[in-house]
Structure formats: structure tokens, C-alpha cells
Write a protein that binds this ligand. Structure first.
Ligand code: ADP
Length: 453
């Protein structure tokens, strides 16, 4: 792809002055890019080997708070450093910022061992487990988000009151309305493409101001890297154009939410291992086992697809967001949709994830579930049909963050696949989010009770 840089390319661009800044970034628990802006000369001379960050970066919340209760990091332990180790295979230009390149890092401890709860490391671990079984995962994550008329700064200063979407009506597949948004979306597609991301398309989504960006499927780690860089670019390019982009899954109760569907297939020796032309629907036994694991363990890993209190507001009947952990054939009311049946492009789409998911954690958890299905040769139930929202027999997705925290805490399967330390860490992360919410007094409570209670 254009835009991905070898280290030698970077050195020559630094020498000729076309690149002067390198963003050295790790990915935090929330899926955000965190790091430092290096002078490019310093990066190519020394910092390409490693730099350091405070270890609270993998234990903080959206507000950069320092919650108690993490075994790995605390005031008592003194909040020391982690090593940020640049993965030079991710070096690329950042075409929407002048003279700038970017590299993603793995997070290591003082002994240069991987930190077990580093999201990127967690995905690498599941990819390695899958490789031991002889397979490679290809994934695609869709990015949905809203664009607003005003900038993020103006909206924040208005107390988040002035939330006018960039368009006045549902723009699902609309070409005319999305033409009016091309000052944001065209540079987004083109800059990301020039940064080496295989952009497929953007389209209007099923609400006023809602957009979708699609990136071609790629090996799982690349897919998560692409998602993270693209989400970051959406916010920066919208900001450059004076608008706000939000990935909050549900910003108004009467509008559909934003999701991040994840398409998944396994491959062996460059061939699609989910496809068996002789089998029913073209689904190989491998695919059936993988999907059985994915579906059976969905409640265990829902936290990794829906990590905030707000994420659960999206799961509403009749909104295209699912409420049930069942599968169906090309039917958008179920949690899992079979796509491309009978073809080499056969894959499963998980529709549970919100636009706020961390793609490394989501993919790590789903791969772990699929691997469990393969290892235990789990049987896939028949597909559900019709409007799955009303299927009383179908199992529910956990309805609240509180429920999902408990299914995570009690998940023996995830503890085995990821380690007790990792699951304890993320359970604490989930608990903290709920505790913070429970301390808040919301606008709704004030409006409802101020006068009439
Ligand atoms: P739809 O419009 O129904 O969502 P698309 O044809 O746009 O479906 O595909 C959705 C996503 O699935 C795209 O990002 C595409 O790259 C991805 N995809 C296609 N084939 C595969 C595959 N074999 N494995 C994983 N993802 C795939």
C-alpha cells in the first residue's frame, strides 16, 4: 500500500526534510492513541528503539483518572514506567498533518516482557493461539459515527447542548446529502488511503448526520490498527474542518445508535477455511465450530464489545442493533449474521459491538471464543429466522454494563484464554465505569424530580 514506510524510507524523508515529526503511539484500554510527538531526527537516531510512558496509561479511564483496585498499577506501587516499543512495520505517513509520520507501539514491562493487559498484545496472543491451530483470521470492522455542525470545542463550551447533526434527515445511502459532507469525508478517505489503509468506501447511515466508513478486510492485527488510526483520523479531520465527530454509541434516545460490526473469516495457506462448497450454505465444519463458540460465549465477552454504561442504550428493538445472541442468514435483527453464504467470501458478522469498542480487545475476545468453539468441536444451533427481536427463546445480550461485568468476572473460558490477571484488570475497569456513573446525578434525574419529587 502507498503510505506505509520502511525505516529506510523514513530516514531518507527525514534527511530531505519532508518529515519532521513522528507520532509514537500506544493504544490504551479505551482504544485511543496515546503517546508522544518526536522530532523525527531524534526518532530515527535513538527513539525508534523504545520510549517510555507512565504505566497508568493502561489503568486510567476516559477522564485520565487513577482508580484504585488495579493489581498492576497503583499509587502504592508508585505509578512507574512501561516501555513503548515501536513496531516499525506500522510506520506510515500521516497525510492530514504536515511533515508527520506515525508508528504504533507494543507495551512492555521493565524486563521487556509484554504487559499482559496491553490491548495490542492481547490480540497478538490470540492470533498466535490461532496460528498454532494452523489458521489466520481476516477481519473487517465497520466504523459508524455522527458528524455535527459545530466543532468539539464549541459543543463542549455549550455544555453539550448544541448538538445539531451535520445533516437534517436520515441519509442512509444518500448520495446528495453525503455530497454536502464531502469536505470531511473525501479528505478522510483519501488521506487514510494515502496512509496505507485499504479504504473501501464511506456512505451515509440510517440517521441524520450519521456516517459509515468501510475498510477492506485484513489480517486481524492490521484490521485493529486500521480501525484505531481511522477513528483517530475521523476526529482530527472533522476537527480540521470545524466539525465534531462522535463515536458515542447512543447520543439521543430517539435516534439509532452507532455500531462497529466485525466481519470475520479464517484462512489456511491463503485459502478461505470457512468455505466448503459441498456443505450446507457453503459453511465448513470449521466455520460452524467457530461460530458456535462465538455465539455461546458472547455474554462472557460483551464487555469488550460494549465497554460503557452508554453502550447498552444502543441495544434496542427495531433499531438494527441486536438484542439476542443468535445467528441468522443475511438478517440484520440477530447478533450474528452469516454473509456471503455459498461463496469464497463467506464470513460471520458480529453486530453486537458499539462504535465505542476497542478493536484489539473485541477481536481478541472473539478469536478466543472462536478458538474455544474449534477446540471443543462445539455444535452450531440452526439459524433463527424472521424478526429475532421477538424471539422469546433466543438468549439475550447482557442488558447493562453491570450484567456484562458479572459475566466477564465469572468467565472461566476467558480466564483460561487470556489469564486471570487480565480478566481481573478489565473487570476492575468495568466496575470503575459503573461506579463513576453511580456517583453521577444525571440531567434526567434533575428534570424528572427537581419540581415534582
Ligand atoms: P455489507 O454491505 O453487507 O455490510 P460488504 O460487502 O460491504 O457488506 O462487506 C462488509 C465488510 O466485510 C467489508 O469491510 C469487507 O472488506 C469485509 N469482508 C469481505 N469479505 C470478507 C472476509 N472473507 N472476511 C472478513 N471480512 C470480509
Amino acid at each position: 500500500m502507498p503510505g506505509t514506510l520502511s525505516f529506510d524510507d523514513l530516514k531518507s524523508r527525514v534527511a530531505d526534510g519532508t518529515i519532521d515529526t513522528v507520532l509514537v503511539c500506544a493504544v490504551d484500554m479505551q482504544g485511543r492513541l496515546m503517546g508522544k510527538r518526536f522530532h523525527a531526527v531524534n526518532f530515527v537516531e535513538t527513539s525508534f528503539k523504545e520510549t517510555h510512558c507512565c504505566n497508568y496509561l493502561l489503568a486510567t479511564d476516559l477522564e485520565m483518572a487513577t482508580p484504585e483496585g488495579y493489581a498492576a498499577t497503583s499509587w502504592r506501587k508508585g505509578y512507574g514506567d512501561y516501555v513503548m516499543a515501536p513496531d516499525l512495520s506500522t510506520l506510515r505517513q500521516v497525510p492530514w498533518l504536515e511533515g508527520t509520520a506515525m508508528v504504533l507501539c507494543d507495551i512492555l514491562d521493565h524486563h521487556h516482557d509484554p504487559v499482559p493487559h496491553d490491548p495490542r498484545g492481547m490480540l497478538k496472543k490470540q492470533i498466535a493461539r490461532l496460528a498454532d491451530l494452523g489458521f489466520e483470521a481476516q477481519m473487517a470492522t465497520e466504523l459508524e459515527f455522527f458528524l455535527f455542525e459545530k466543532s468539539l470545542d464549541d459543543i463542549r463550551k455549550s455544555g453539550f447542548a448544541d448538538l445539531t447533526p451535520i445533516s437534517g434527515y436520515n441519509e442512509d445511502y444518500h448520495i446528495f446529502q453525503t455530497t454536502k459532507e464531502e469536505h470531511v469525508m473525501r479528505p478522510l478517505r483519501n488521506h487514510l488511503f494515502a496512509a496505507g489503509l485499504p479504504i473501501e468506501n464511506s456512505k451515509g447511515e440510517a440517521e441524520a448526520g450519521q456516517e459509515e466508513l468501510n475498510i477492506r478486510y485484513a489480517p486481524a492485527l492490521d484490521c485493529a490498527d486500521h480501525h484505531t488510526i481511522a477513528k483517530h483520523a475521523v476526529k482530527e479531520i472533522a476537527w480540521q474542518q470545524g466539525h465534531a465527530a462522535s463515536f458515542l454509541p447512543k447520543w439521543r434516545p430517539d435516534r439509532v445508535g452507532s455500531s462497529s460490526h466485525v466481519h470475520q473469516s479464517l484462512w489456511q495457506d491463503g485459502k478461505p477455511a470457512f468455505h466448503d462448497p459441498q456443505a450446507d450454505l457453503g459453511m465448513s465444519d470449521l466455520m460452524r465450530h467457530y461460530m458456535a463458540g462465538l455465539i455461546a460465549y458472547a455474554p462472557d465477552y460483551t464487555f469488550f464489545l460494549a465497554p460503557y454504561v452508554n453502550s447498552y442504550k444502543r441495544f434496542a428493538k427495531g433499531t438494527f442493533a441486536p438484542t439476542k445472541t443468535v445467528w441468522s442468514i443475511d438478517n440484520r435483527t440477530a447478533g450474528f449474521r452469516l454473509c456471503g453464504d455459498g461463496t469464497k467470501g463467506i464470513r460471520v458478522e458480529c453486530r453486537i459491538g458499539g462504535s465505542d469498542l476497542n478493536p484489539y480487545l473485541a477481536q481478541a475476545a472473539m478469536l478466543a471464543a472462536g478458538i474455544k468453539g474449534i477446540e471443543d468441536r462445539m455444535e452450531l444451533a440452526p439459524p433463527t429466522k424472521g424478526d429475532v427481536y421477538d424471539d422469546a427463546k433466543a438468549a439475550d445480550i447482557p442488558r447493562t454494563l453491570r450484567d456484562a461485568t458479572e459475566t466477564l468476572r465469572r468467565s472461566d473460558f476467558l480466564r483460561q484464554a487470556m489469564g486471570d490477571d487480565v480478566i481481573d484488570h478489565y473487570t476492575r475497569c468495568a466496575e470503575w465505569e459503573q461506579e463513576e456513573f453511580d456517583r453521577a446525578v444525571t440531567d434526567w434525574e434533575i428534570k424528572r424530580g427537581f419540581e415534582r419529587a
